[in-house]
Design a protein around this ligand. Sequence first.
Ligand SMILES: Nc1nc2c(c(=O)[nH]1)N[C@H]1C(S)=C(S)[C@@H](COP(=O)(O)OP(=O)(O)OC[C@H]3O[C@@H](n4cnc5c(=O)[nH]c(N)nc54)[C@H](O)[C@@H]3O)O[C@H]1N2
Ligand SMILES: Nc1nc2c(c(=O)[nH]1)N[C@H]1C(S)=C(S)[C@@H](COP(=O)(O)OP(=O)(O)OC[C@H]3O[C@@H](n4cnc5c(=O)[nH]c(N)nc54)[C@H](O)[C@@H]3O)O[C@H]1N2
Ligand code: SF4
Ligand SMILES: [Mo]
Length: 678
Amino acid sequence: MVCSVNRRQILTSVCPYDCPDACGLLITVEGDTVLSVAGDPAHPVTQGFICPKMHSYGKTVHSPGRLTTPLLRTGKKGEGRFTPISWEEAIQRVCETWQNISMKYGTEAILPYSYGGTMGMVQRNAGHAFFHYLGASQLERTICSAAKGAGWSTVMGETPGMQPEEILQSDLVILWGINAAATSIHTMRDALLAKRQGAKIWVIDTYMTATAELADEVFLLKPGSDTSLVLGMMHVLVRDNLTDTSFISENVLGYQELTQTVLSDCSPEKMSVLTGIPSAVIERMASQYAAAEAPFIRLGNGLSRYGNGAMAVRSITCLPSLTGAWTRSGGGVFGGTSTGAAFAMHKIVRPDFMKQSTRVINMNQLGAALSGTFTPPVHSLYVYHANPALVSPDQCAIHEGLRREDLFTVVHERFMTDTARFADIVLPATTSLEHDDLYRSYGHYCAQLGKAIIAPVGQAKSNWQVFQMLAEGMGWNEPFFTKQATDLIGELLADENAWRDKGTNERLQQGKAVVLNVPTDPKSQWLTPSGKIEILNVRESEPLPRILSTHAAYDSFPLLLQSAPSRYSLNSTFYEQDGLRAKQAVMCLLMHPEDAEVRELVDGQQVTAFNDYGSVRFTLSVSERTIPGTVVTEGLWWLDFVAGENGVNALMSQRLTDKGNGATLYDVAVEVQGDKEG
Ligand SMILES: Nc1nc2c(c(=O)[nH]1)N[C@H]1C(S)=C(S)[C@@H](COP(=O)(O)OP(=O)(O)OC[C@H]3O[C@@H](n4cnc5c(=O)[nH]c(N)nc54)[C@H](O)[C@@H]3O)O[C@H]1N2
Ligand SMILES: Nc1nc2c(c(=O)[nH]1)N[C@H]1C(S)=C(S)[C@@H](COP(=O)(O)OP(=O)(O)OC[C@H]3O[C@@H](n4cnc5c(=O)[nH]c(N)nc54)[C@H](O)[C@@H]3O)O[C@H]1N2
Ligand code: SF4
Ligand SMILES: [Mo]
């Protein structure tokens, strides 16, 4: 008998999930078993502190729900009945079907769909080269932060984000549209540290979040009204001469034009009606903002998920330039980092493989794209590291499309998700501990390697491995597809540039988290066409910040619905863990007592929220955490665990943001009624 002794080891890794913190991890393994997961104290930013979700990552990796073999559909689409098949058969079926579709309808009839299941640069972008080579339709990936990016760049151009740790030097931390206690725990940690040194924390949100509980002051406003709030504050700054004229004259374009608008149209009284925040409070917010030495605005994504979302981000981005807050350590606005330029991404994405330009389909309009009437029709959908049947807007339209008999759907997943249930072929995916990748972060400036530290569970394969197999199955002999993930990491790091010091690659190879250089000073070198902060941007159809309407304002339903993140899940990820799900209990709808009373609804009862897109059942939670007129649900629950047939995104529309073609997931109105008994 061969006896193998599995040594217990502690190995470094990175959290792979779509979270700004990209925490450094220490994984204790014995053989191929993960024993425990902890934060890595050596990580320069995350310093050993991680969220409760990742402490139990081992339960995800070794979950009995993991997909372990390729599967072929045997039941109806969406039913979830499958039979195991071999990888060879699966790849052969996919390639043959794609070759037939390509001959009959052209390669653009094939649509890839991927997003943020894993954030490593190689595995996240693994399909781009393949689909470029194939000539498939392209996906516009704008579900998350596109409007936020567009709002920022309208004012700041290519200026990179400031150093997030400056928050520690701030005397007024404004957490604006961000539930940091859930979604950016190190921002929350640092905000609380700043508070201990005397800073005040403000939260500007639409309901009382876990973050709001930790703040000195909470300002709850009507969903989608942030532009009105900030323009009202600007009115006061201008009217009361609280602006920094010398900073403005040297650094700002369009101040005079802005003053005319805000003075004539944006009085606090008027803005009070639009925001629901009393005018005296808007006055006080403005004067306290101006009085602060170094106000640090941490801008979340919440306020960008509206028909006027890019404008809201743009307006807030202008604020520190009025008071010259940028000149002081700790002052400014931070919405995130963008470190793409640090790595040779084109060597992975291979835009040069596209023989001709192909059509682009917006991911937020997948429902329309899958409808039989779309021309030319989509005949095959390949989904990897994403769960569109649950997380994308207008769920009923998506499900209807996924049920089409003439649609060939392939889903590469770790679990039998709501999307995988609709697949013709399901392929089993590795977790981050089973494949190699290089990670960066959108919340700080560190990068780190995450190596494969256990063998794949079952027959799981990484995103990149599957595209290698598919390329082979298609009969392509392009050498790029024979490279290993580690080779691709090498390509990303090959060219030296100003973001990476000489020793960076070596330290990365040792598994260390490395802080990247920011080549320009994000607080004085404005990388805009004019070289100034562009409050006025004449290249835009809206040259100045201005109040734009939300989409929901045109809807005929009375309650605005927010579907915010939960502390114990990450989008639709982590619902595989019973313990984390138990902490969320059930899919709730928070409603203010006044709204409940007029509808004769009581706490704990079953209700249905509905609008023109669909209807969703919730357990009602009557709560003063919301404001009248706004209802809130947290988390993106798998359909296995909800009362009705739909998830919350059955209520969301495919309408896009004002700029950036983003999703308007929070810009939605509903009515709510009590369910009949049973
Ligand atoms: N635990 C956990 N962490 C996560 C996630 C998760 O689901 N769970 N998701 C990850 C992902 S993909 C992302 S993009 C980030 C997102 O994290 P955040 O940047 O925090 O953004 P959002 O989740 O969009 O919403 C943040 C807050 O905005 C509020 N909000 C909604 N509408 C408005 C408005 O009109 N004005 C204002 N001022 N506030 C508004 C919401 O109520 C919510 O509390 O978090 C990541 N981290
Ligand atoms: N109503 C509402 N809708 C929302 C949001 C909201 O706040 N409210 N948030 C939106 C936001 S910000 C975002 S970013 C999107 C997120 O949308 P998605 O990016 O689709 O995110 P997840 O729901 O986490 O699904 C990711 C899936 O990837 C799988 N996965 C993980 N690692 C791998 C891997 O290495 N390979 C493969 N093949 N699969 C893997 C996981 O098992 C999981 O099922 O959702 C959006 N939808
Ligand atoms: S989900 Fe976010 S906070 Fe939690 S470990 Fe991962 S990166 Fe850190
Ligand atoms: Mo996101």
